[in-house]
Structures are given as structure tokens and as C-alpha cells.
Ligand binder design. Sequence first.
Ligand SMILES: *Cc1c(COP(=O)(O)O)cnc(C)c1O
Length: 245
Amino acid sequence: MEHIQENIQKIEERIQAACERCGRNPSEVTLIAVSKTKPIAMIQEAYEFGIRHFGENRVQELVEKYDNLRELFPQKIYWHQIGHLQRNKVKYLVDKATLIHSLDSMRLALQIEEEAAKRDLTIDILIEVNIAGEETKFGVAPEELMSFLEEVWKLPHIRVRGLMTIAPYVLDPEENRKHFKKMRELYVDIKTKNYDNKDTGNNPHHNQKLDYFDTLSMGMTGDFEVAIEEGATMVRVGTGIFGER
Ligand SMILES: *Cc1c(COP(=O)(O)O)cnc(C)c1O
């Protein structure tokens, strides 16, 4: 039996403490409870204790849970697609996910654009960055990020809200600090347009795009405090809330 209420309380206290250590306001950090593989009853319990954002990595599971909970809590649950997204699943997801954290290719971007256009929706996405260059991970390479972003910005039904990364699995979270720091640098560089591109200088089109660029999703159960200290605005915590999978 997991003690979900206690777990949430502890995680929230740790978020607060991490924010205090680096002079941030805890309201800048959104806790996403990663509920993949966990039953509806546990999600309901977390909801009762104040959680509104849930993360799933499989589209079918997200859609099932969305449908199940929609009548209980209409309009009040935000679903995040955090796992790798296959193009053939986009059509099931676009009207249900609040945020897609895992845009990792132009082909996927074009598919999201197409499905969003059909439904006249604007889809919020994060670009997944493979910050440590791990072969087993999805995500855009840091050195390709700017040119990728320029292409995605051209798609009218996609709104780029920021960046996401899945840091390497490590035993000591301090080992991931350098990766989180680098993510923050990429994020700030984009925010301030501090990168080498000929025609972005005072282009109002780009400035408008940047108004929506406000999210840095990084940090999981093992390393979310370090991620917050390095600037995360969303942390994705599964095990720490719902127990081992
Ligand atoms: C599973 C998962 C998490 C949560 O992992 P925990 O270690 O259980 O907190 C976060 N982000 C992504 C992308 C995941 O797939």
C-alpha cells in the first residue's frame, strides 16, 4: 500500500526547500505526477490531495485514463504526454494532451501540425533535447536545436512552449547538474535570442513566438531537486509519488 498523500506532501516539501535554496518561488515549479502503469484509483487519490497534472508515456493509456476521469473531474485534469510519441498515435492524442513534452523530429512535428490543422487546434509542445548525447535516448542534439526550432516555429498550429530532457540514470543526482545547467543555458539563449541567426534580430514574428516560450521540463524522482536548482519549471515525478513500477 502506497501512502500517496504522505508521498505528495514530502515531494512538495522538497520542492519548496529546493526553491528556497536557490531563491525561487515554488509557484514557478509545476509538479507533474507521472502515473504511467498506475491504476485510476491512485490517480483519483492524488487528485484528492491536490495534484492536477499527470504524465503518461503511452498514448493508449493516456487516452483511456482521460476518458475514465473526464466525467469525474471535468476540465480539471491536465494530461502530459511525456514519452516518445509515434506519428500514427498523434491523431488520438492531439485534443487530449495539455502538453506534448517529447517532440523529437520534424516528421513528428509535421504530423502534429496536420492533425491540429484538421481540428483547428493549437498544440503546445516541448522540444525534447538529448542533452547527454545518449545513444539509447530520443531527442534533438543540442547543436541541432536552433535550426530545428526555426523549422518548428514555421508551423502555425504548433506552439513551442519550451524544452524537455530526460537526464541519464545516475545514483548521485549531482552528476546530472551539468546537464541541467546546459539545458538552462539553451533555454535562456533561445529566450534572449542570443544565438547566431541572421534574421531573428528584431523580427516581431519571433518575438511573438518567444512570448509562449516559458517551460523547462526536467528532473524526475532521483534528481528533481538539482533540476529545480538549475531552473526547471516542470518536474516529472513518478516513483516518488506512486511507488515503484
Ligand atoms: C517514467 C518517467 C518519469 C518519472 O520517473 P520516476 O523516476 O519514476 O520519477 C519522468 N519522465 C519521463 C519521460 C518518464 O518516462
